[in-house]
Design a protein around this ligand. Structure first.
Ligand code: CA
Length: 220
């Protein structure tokens, strides 16, 4: 098939960031602090954060759900984009990385917008469903352990309202999803979810080859 996308050289990518990235100093500081951690590569790219903030505003998001918080960059960029009454439920299991998150949320003055739930996310999502929260969320961001992505997606799809958006991170997984020599469980889980979403009539779909691959799924 003919390539219809522009070749993204380092030089062009620098141009894209230099002429479009609007990262507030506090977010930049959090990103730089996180980059020094052993698992710093797990945090989202700043341009991705800017896109997510734009999408949240486009759909008028008020209630957000984040699955996988790490050091809090994505929750912070979303919280800053939400109206004053906006709320985020953030799911993670790591008290150390989320302590960094809490420090930056407080410094940004958005800590009252973000409720951190330190527990396995599947249990938190099941508790929200049991609590009658079906279709109560506008925006769901999935960025936790890849082997549970299908479970997060199915629960997220019930929790998000029709017209709401699910954003799924790392769907290209360093390109390994298209490398059939890779048979590890994480790659297999992402490959299976990508294939499932392709034919999933419950959503409108776009897979963006940005960052490590971002899927946008709008609930019909
Ligand atoms: Ca990620």
């Amino acid at each position: 098939m003919t390539k219809r996308h522009i070749e993204l050289t380092e030089k062009l990518w620098d141009y894209v960031l230099n002429t479009s990235l609007r990262e507030p100093p506090l977010l930049r500081r959090l990103r730089e602090e996180t980059a020094r951690l052993p698992m710093g590569g797990m945090q989202i790219a700043p341009d991705q954060g800017q896109l997510m903030a734009l999408l949240a505003r486009l759909i008028g998001a008020r209630r957000c759900l984040e699955i996988g918080t790490f050091t809090g960059y994505s929750a912070l960029v979303l919280a800053l984009a939400l109206p004053p009454e906006g709320r985020i439920i953030a799911c993670d299991v790591n008290p150390e990385t989320t302590a960094i998150a809490r420090r930056y949320w407080a410094e940004a003055g958005v800590d009252s917008k973000i409720e951190l739930r330190l527990a396995p996310a599947l249990a938190t999502l099941d508790a929200l469903l049991a609590d009658g929260q079906e279709s109560r969320f506008d925006f769901v961001f999935i960025d936790a352990d890849k082997e549970n992505y299908d479970g997060y997606y199915e629960r997220g799809l019930r929790l998000v309202r029709p017209g709401g958006l699910i954003v799924i991170d790392n769907v290209l997984w360093s390109g390994w999803v298209a490398d059939h020599r890779r048979k590890d469980a994480e790659t297999a889980a992402l490959r299976a979810l990508n294939a499932k979403l392709h034919r999933d009539e419950r959503i409108d779909l776009s897979l963006l080859p940005l960052a490590d691959g971002i899927t946008l799924a709008r609930k019909r």
